[in-house]
Design a protein around this ligand. Structure first.
Ligand code: AP5
Ligand code: MG
Length: 193
């Protein structure tokens, strides 16, 4: 099984690249942000809670996210070659919980891909999407908060995977196709082993 964490700041291209990776390598795409937005759209209790955090650019409490993910893993079909985790783990506590959850399914994280994109480009991409699609956390004030939260709470997760020897850097500027090629090189090397 190929269990990948796609990691990077808001706007770094996690969702965009996940779609391509999922289709080439037949993986299940698990995006906690997409799951939360689906809860908001369905007006569930979890959705109501999620909205209050997402609209400010803050992270939901770890236990809420971990419970949501555990349910997802329990009920997902097994007709894939592994999972790509997008937007999770975002704290070291979530990374530790993921290890434990995967162990319960006799699995482990294969590798992490970090998409590194400079701050001006991140802001440019997100502001542009905000103007087009209206994701309500894509406005300048909330984008700044999301970037701060990423720096303080999420970046430390990288060291967790560096220490485990699972970290891979991907230069995330360029066209979607160019970046996907860099990713595919890493994944092909890994799957050839
Ligand atoms: P989440 O949905 O995960 O959002 P995010 O991490 O802030 O990042 P985005 O989804 O905006 O960016 P992305 O990296 O996926 O980039 P994308 O491909 O879309 O989280 C939202 C909120 O949910 C959080 O703030 C938090 O409140 C909550 N949450 C979620 N998970 C949580 C967790 N685990 N714990 C606690 N709370 C959690 O690309 C961005 C834009 O750029 C798009 O318009 C795209 O078309 C464009 N683009 C992509 N690639 C390129 C390129 N190469 N060149 C030019 N444009 C590009
Ligand atoms: Mg995304």
């Amino acid at each position: 099984m190929l269990n990948i964490i796609i990691f990077g700041a808001p706007g770094s291209g996690k969702g965009t690249q996940s779609e391509r990776i999922t289709s080439k390598y037949k993986l299940l795409h698990v995006s906690t942000g997409d799951m939360l937005r689906a809860e908001i759209a369905a007006k569930t209790t979890l959705g109501e809670l999620a909205q209050s955090y997402i609209s400010k650019g803050h992270l939901l409490p770890d236990e809420v996210i971990i419970d949501m993910l555990a349910e997802k893993l329990k009920h997902s079909k097994k007709n894939h070659n592994g999972i790509i985790f997008d937007g999770f783990p975002r704290t070291v506590a979530q990374a530790q919980a993921l290890d434990k959850m995967l162990q319960e399914h006799n699995q482990h994280v294969s590798l992490m891909l970090e998409l590194e994109v400079e701050k001006d480009e991140l802001i440019k991409r997100l502001v542009k999407r905000g103007e087009q699609s209206g994701r309500d956390d894509d406005n300048l004030e909330v984008i700044q908060n999301r970037l701060q939260v990423y720096h303080h709470q999420t970046e430390p997760v990288m060291d967790f995977y560096k220490n485990a020897g699972k970290y891979n850097h991907i230069q995330g500027n360029g066209t979607v196709e160019e970046i996907f090629e860099l990713i595919a090189n890493v994944l092909d090397k890994h799957t050839d082993k």
